[in-house]
Design a binder for this molecule. Structure first.
Ligand code: MLC
Length: 509
């Protein structure tokens, strides 16, 4: 085992200030229990000290299943405070997906609370440390990380790690179907927090109703970190249940709600005898997928609020937003956020295009990640020669400067706000002995925005059924990535270059 590095703990300045000045203010409410900022800071320092006791040093990777909980908040902060790199994981990833992330990131400490089912009892946390032979060994287990760390001396606070140091590895897939870890630095976090604070007018009086997963940028950084940075209160829910959310919007009088379009659609379609008063809410924000203008208008009509749509990417942080004050245009992702520059260019020449013409959106900002973990080639490909991040999204700017997304250059399906990379699903389908070829694509879906569908060419003998293939996918892929419907074909339609014409498959569905 490696010896513990005794370098003093570090604290990111952008969050530490709030924790010391707002000690008595409630920072988090979960399962009706309130936690003050002072208690959260002490807990995070204790968890950081506990990480240190395992020999974890600054720069080491810690993976954690980010269930909605105080524990996950403490993991996030404890890791930031001790300069380690957190790999936030979906507790519903399959064993195959999880082991890929653990290996790719070279994780040393794994806080495992997997649940491969959407419901059902969940086991305790398992604390797994990678040993010299590369295998993980269980070091402890228990219901709460805070309780497990209770005997560790809290780590001593110390001025923060450098802005260029990696704080998070957030995995996104790619065209090859192999997920890559976006290296999000301490500086990226601080820039994003400051930019959104200014743009959305966060204050310490805000109360955020939080129903998003904590393992993606939206729930962890836009929502949770935004609230912590402001010294505001987060009311965290174990998941998104539209009726529960609507009841709490009325009862708990939050000032802010953030969601993906599927959540807004489900709120709009709730049955209810009378319309609740939501006057105390100052802002509803939507992101992670396009908000259909119908949902925008229906929400406005039913609840009297104009949803603010914004645009971001795991690799870029938050990029564009409709204004807090000023016109929020339906179907538009708004204007560049403070500190963000964007260009709309011809994707082949990188030449700027005149307003009104659609081209690839390029991004430059302090919140753009520093590349992909261990993938210099993918990093180089993601940026132009002069350092602009290629978003892979095609956009057009109107005469007022508002941006509209018109298409995607990268192949991706966004379902319920989750990104699915077709190649990753095709790779799994093609592992099935009864499949010779597969093509995966998105089909519009009124609830999820898009749903994952597949077309397969089956082997002549031993032809699988749709159910066989979906079951097969579920063994390797978390459920939102698995096809909802499968078309069986004799041949996949291809163009002269041999590339599958997915547009033609979408029409057949
Ligand atoms: C839902 N599913 C999941 C899942 N949540 N699978 C794995 N992990 C999860 N956390 C599966 C369901 O099991 C189901 O598959 C399928 O998705 C459709 O789900 P549903 O039952 O109709 O919906 P529900 O479970 O209620 O989930 C809907 C939802 C959820 C809107 C609450 O999709 C959600 O939390 N979305 C948020 C995504 C998000 O945070 N994205 C941010 C990415 S960051 P089955 O097989 O069981 O039927 C980013 C950057 C940015 O993009 O700009 O924000």
């Amino acid at each position: 085992m490696r010896t513990t590095d005794r370098k003093p703990l570090t604290l990111p300045d952008h969050l530490f200030g709030v924790f010391t000045t707002e000690r008595d203010r409630v920072g988090l409410e979960f399962h009706e229990t309130r936690h003050r900022y002072g208690e959260i800071l002490d807990g995070a320092l204790r968890v950081a000290g506990w990480f240190r006791n395992f020999g974890i040093r600054p720069g080491d990777r810690i993976a954690a299943h980010m269930l909605p909980s105080l524990d996950s908040v403490l993991c996030f902060l404890g890791s930031l405070f001790c300069g380690t790199i957190l790999v936030p994981l979906n507790p519903r990833y399959t064993a195959a997906e999880t082991s890929y992330f653990l290996d790719d990131a070279g994780v040393r400490l794994f806080l495992d609370r997997a649940s491969h089912e959407s419901s059902g009892p969940r086991g305790p946390w398992r604390v797994l440390l990678r040993s010299e032979d590369g295998d993980f060994r269980e070091k402890a287990s228990g219901e709460s990380l805070l309780a497990l760390s209770v005997d560790s001396p809290p780590a001593e606070p110390d001025p923060g790690p450098g802005p260029d140091e990696v704080a998070l590895l957030c995995y996104t897939s790619g065209t090859t179907g192999t997920p890559k870890g976006a290296m999000i630095t301490q500086g990226n976090l601080a820039c994003m927090a400051a930019s959104l604070h200014e743009a959305w007018g966060w204050t310490s009086l805000d109360v955020l109703l939080h129903a998003l997963p904590l393992f993606h940028v939206h729930g962890l950084l836009v929502a949770l970190q935004g609230a912590l940075y402001a010294g505001a209160r987060t009311v965290m829910l174990p998941g998104f249940d539209p009726q529960d959310v609507l009841d709490r919007l009325v009862r708990q009088r939050p000032t802010l709600f953030m969601g993906v379009p599927t959540m807004y659609r489900r709120l709009v379609h709730l049955d209810s005898a009378s319309e609740p008063g939501l006057d105390q809410i100052r802002l509803f924000v939507s992101g992670s997928a396009p908000l259909a203008p119908e949902t925008f208008h229906a929400f406005q009509k039913r609840f009297g609020h104009t949803v603010l749509e914004r645009y971001g990417m795991t690799e870029a942080g938050m990029v564009l937003s409709n204004p807090l004050r000023g016109e929020r245009k339906p179907g538009s992702v708004g204007l560049p956020l403070p500190g963000v520059s964007v260009r709309v260019v011809d994707p082949d020449t990188n030449e700027d295009l005149p307003s009104g013409q659609a081209g690839e959106l390029l991004i430059r900002s302090g919140s753009v990640c520093k590349g992909y973990w261990g993938r210099p080639d993918a990093t180089a490909e993601a940026f132009t020669e002069d350092g602009w991040l290629r978003s892979g999204d095609m956009a057009r700017q109107d005469e007022d400067g508002y941006l509209f997304l018109v298409a995607r250059r990268k192949e991706i399906v966004i379902t319920g706000g989750f990104n699915v990379y077709p190649k990753e699903v095709e790779n799994v389908l093609e592992e099935h002995p009864g499949v010779s070829e597969a093509a995966v694509y998105g089909v519009p879906d009124p609830d999820l925005g898009e749903k994952v569908c597949a077309a397969v060419v089956a082997q002549a003998t031993d032809t699988p059924t749709q159910e066989d293939l979906i079951r097969f996918c579920k063994r390797s892929l978390t459920s939102y990535k698995c096809p909802r419907a499968i078309l069986f074909m004799d041949d996949l339609p291809r163009n002269a270059m041999g590339k599958v014409i997915k547009e033609r498959l979408k029409v057949k569905e």
